[in-house]
Design a protein around this ligand. Sequence first.
Ligand code: NAI
Ligand code: MG
Length: 363
Amino acid sequence: MKKKIAIARGDGIGPEVVVEGIKILKILEKFSDYQFDFVETPLGGQVLKDTGTNLPQKSFDQMKECDAILFGAIGLPDLPLGAAESAISKIRHGLDLYVNLRPIKLFESLRDKCPLKEEYIQDGIDMTIIRENTEGLYAKKGAEVSDNTVINKMIYTRKSVERIIKFGFEYAKNKGHSEIISVDKANLLECSQFWREIYLEIGKDYQDIAQKNFYIDSFCQWLIRKPYSVQTVVTENMFGDIISDEAAYLIGSLGMVASGNINPGKVSMYEPIHGSAPDIADKGIANPIGMILSIKLMLEESFGEKTYGDLIEKAVELSLEEGRTIDILPHPKSDLRKGKLKTLNTNGMGDLISQRFQTLLRK
Ligand code: NAI
Ligand code: MG
């Protein structure tokens, strides 16, 4: 099977982690029928400085011709706010990537990195946040800026709300989840009331799945109070952005979380949820696991390939017992630190996972 993958490395730690993602794909190529054709599609802050645009037309045209896009991260601290980052919205809107899928799973070996006490972790954390990716405040439609007043408009359309909520229910059904949570602010915002009406309406077709609603503020505390109980969450763009960073820290680091920007059946984009992390860029210490798990998501969501995705996750799990990047190292006083656990740089972590993946593929 030939697959064309657009490679959008970006800025800061983006290119550092993309390399580790490509390593995994190259190993998969060796042990399976997959053949990957990597197409470089430069974008981001440095590209803006060099060419005057953060997303050259050629890059975007090539992305449209690919089977999937692998994206690092973009943003440079010496550019005006959002100057580089708007390239992400251009891709999300340009390809109508309306689903932002963010699985948040605490690996058993990282329990020590979860900031919560055992009673709040119980049998583990394994949830998926499904965020609407094209509308809400972030669509930036109809903004009004004057000297003394600035207005951003929060826009929801029936078409977009319906399709993301349906995706959420279908996802919960396919994963065998017994419960779905919708997050809104329906006690205050008309947009949220509209969302909730549609959620309740669509929910009638999924009577086997228990249906809950939370206000965004209340859900933020629920996430740290009973994270072990949360399964599928469906919410709008900004709320999803915020709660997924909160949830990411429950599993040890922002560097652990993968995401898919998906238009089901069409070209979709996979990326770790973190940004370009200028504070650690060029040091070779970034955690590549969010990127590597983004490959798993790509295989599952774009290529319908579950087996290899599961093996990638297994390879990550095995590797975490042997070595870790510094963001997920145990506390210096922890016994785990005294054991065999190695401190690894980005490249070393990527190599270790690749080796374990290779061993699993050989079996
Ligand atoms: P960030 O995610 O880049 O970093 C937040 C914190 O997490 C930093 O302390 C960083 O060192 C740490 N961190 C992030 N990824 C890590 C990894 N893989 N391993 C270890 N530690 C990691 O968010 P921040 O600082 O708010 O934004 C930096 C830049 O990235 C900004 O320009 C922002 O706009 C941009 N950004 C880009 C995104 C994208 O390309 N999709 C998403 C989020 C932010
Ligand atoms: Mg974010």
